[in-house]
Design a protein around this ligand. Structure first.
Ligand code: IMP
Length: 201
């Protein structure tokens, strides 16, 4: 089965491919189709953005499509940057710009008040039928970045049960416990029921 992943983000592509690596699924990306437009993420919620990305590319290609929208909700910042996580430090912000801004905003905030969560919504649409799946993980924003793996805010997202930041975890371990991994698990459960998909291993 071929599924289009409505994202040009190679870091998300890598995590999603790893998650389905044991299934009979081929993940396509927008690069496999000529002239697909960029979808503007102008929704007020993760659900809206993920659904818009999935629906738009599904309508243009006819291929079953998934899309991921993710936000980091920081308690001390009243849930910000949330749906605006990609643009936290400005419209063209790099991962590093966003991490630097977050560290600045939380300067001097004590350990007990640095709680945060990642929330991921996966939208999946097949033959015009759309479903969404959510995954969440709680952690803390560390005072200094640690680790080289992962992407985005991973170097400052500290998970107490692991005693590590997401960027210090192997890809498989992050995928087992992360917001995206949990949302993908729910989506794969749905797929198994929908098309009786089986493991190849
Ligand atoms: P979006 O889902 O592409 O809008 O991503 C929102 C922002 O969160 C971007 O700045 C991403 O880099 C960041 N982000 C998304 N997923 C993750 C993750 O798994 N770990 C760390 N940062 C992430």
């Amino acid at each position: 089965m071929k599924i289009l992943l409505a994202s040009r983000n190679r870091d998300k592509q890598r995590e999603i491919r790893e998650k389905v690596s044991s299934l009979h699924i081929e993940i396509l990306t927008p690069d496999d189709f000529p002239d697909l437009p960029e979808v503007v993420e102008d929704g007020d919620t993760l659900e809206e953005n993920a659904s818009k990305k999935a629906r738009t590319l599904h309508q243009l290609t006819g291929v079953p499509t998934i899309a991921d929208d993710t936000g980091l909700e920081v308690d001390f910042l009243n849930g910000q940057p949330g749906v605006y996580s990609a643009r936290y430090a400005g419209p063209d912000a790099t991962y590093q710009d966003n991490v630097d801004k977050l560290i600045r905003e939380l300067q001097g905030v004590p350990e007990g008040q640095r709680g945060a969560r990642f929330r991921c919504v996966i939208a999946y649409i097949r033959d015009g039928q759309l479903n969404t799946f959510e995954g969440k993980v709680d952690g803390f924003i560390s005072k200094t970045p640690a680790g080289e793996s992962g992407f985005g805010y991973d170097p400052v997202f500290y998970v107490s049960d692991e005693g590590k930041t997401f960027a210090e975890l192997q890809l498989e371990r992050k995928n087992a416990i992360s917001h995206r991994g949990l949302a993908l698990d729910a989506w794969v459960d749905h797929l198994r029921k929908e098309i009786h998909i089986t493991d190849s291993k």
